[in-house]
Design a protein around this ligand. Structure first.
Ligand SMILES: NC(=O)c1ccc[n+]([C@@H]2O[C@H](COP(=O)([O-])OP(=O)(O)OC[C@H]3O[C@@H](n4cnc5c(N)ncnc54)[C@H](O)[C@@H]3O)[C@@H](O)[C@H]2O)c1
Length: 280
């Protein structure tokens, strides 16, 4: 029977949990997953931000039928499924356990919450180290364990974590952030090895520079902003919506044989040296 390639990326009937859905890449990921038919729980520590994401995605939806019954979880005429906000602080392991126990079973887990302290190693404090590692690595570990377990029990699932070009190439000031982003890749690869036999796929996306609140400090400094634009083969930064396609791909059956991989969405940042263009 020929494949239904036209629907290869559809996510109808699946439940996605996006952690960090209140901002930047997480927000666009949530909107894109819903546009492909997934029911999306938009989780964030910042509940009003998560509510805003859900409202954006639900904007044209009639959330009640003629009898006044809510129609959440159903698709609208364009095939977009509903988005629901959810307050979650991933620094609280008990809150993650509660989410795994109380939310509907999750088919797709995307987590983007992360932080960076840009400082030279000699200036870094132990408290700053702990803060970056707690969010970027420990919370990822807790999320993978809580939702990986239920996915393995159900025999299916897709876990997508956010690494960075900083897992591969660094510059002064990236030490702990870079270490967590490289560490996350190895954590996800090991999860892919351990959960693969149970039908769970686990992958990382490694973005280049993306205009979001996380990088606002750089945007405010024109020479810094321009230098980063010039480093990419496309001579520019990404907007957060340009990461959404990678998320939908890895979540969908289009990536049914993809696990343990790192998908670079960096406009060539890690492929190209870029220090000098030799005469040819
Ligand atoms: N923006 C970039 O240029 C860039 C580049 C490479 C990698 N990345 C990675 O992509 C991911 C997303 O980055 P972004 O720029 O969209 O970030 P962002 O700062 O715009 O969004 C992060 C979201 O996570 C939420 N969050 C923070 N702490 C939380 C907590 N304890 N519990 C729950 N939610 C919490 C925030 O409220 C926010 O909504 C990150 O992992 C980042 O390291 C970003």
């Amino acid at each position: 029977m020929p494949h239904d390639y036209a629907n290869l990326f559809r996510l109808d009937g699946r439940h996605a949990l996006v952690v960090g859905a209140g901002s930047g890449i997480g927000r666009e990921a949530a909107l894109a997953l819903a546009a492909h038919g997934a029911r999306v729980t938009c989780a964030d520590r910042d509940l009003p931000a998560a509510e805003q994401t859900a409202a954006l995605g639900n904007a044209d939806r009639d959330t009640s039928d003629a009898q006044g019954n809510p129609t959440r979880g159903t698709s609208d005429a364009q095939g977009n499924a509903a988005l629901t906000p959810y307050e979650l602080n991933v620094l609280d392991p008990e809150a993650i356990t509660t989410a795994a126990q109380t939310l509907d079973p999750v088919d797709i887990l995307v987590f983007t919450a992360a932080t960076n302290v840009r400082k030279r190693i000699l200036d870094y404090t132990g408290e700053e180290f702990d803060r970056v590692v707690a969010l970027n690595l420990r919370a990822s570990f807790d999320l993978i364990r809580a939702f990986g377990k239920q996915m393995a029990d159900r025999g299916r699932g897709s876990i997508i974590g956010f690494s960075s070009i900083r897992a591969t190439t660094v510059e002064p000031g990236q030490s702990v952030y870079a270490a967590t982003k490289a560490g996350l890749v190895q954590l996800l690869r090991t999860a892919a090895a351990e959960l693969g036999p149970n039908g769970v796929r686990v992958n990382a996306i490694a973005p280049g520079v993306v205009e979001t609140p996380l990088t606002a400090q750089i945007k405010a400094n024109q020479p810094w902003y321009d230098a980063y634009a010039a480093k990419s083969a496309l001579n520019r930064w990404a907007t957060p919506d340009e990461l959404a396609g990678a998320v939908v791909y890895l979540a969908s059956d289009a990536a049914s044989f993809v696990t343990g991989s790192v998908l670079h969405v960096d406009a060539g940042w890690t492929a190209i040296d870029g220090r000098f263009t030799p005469p040819t």
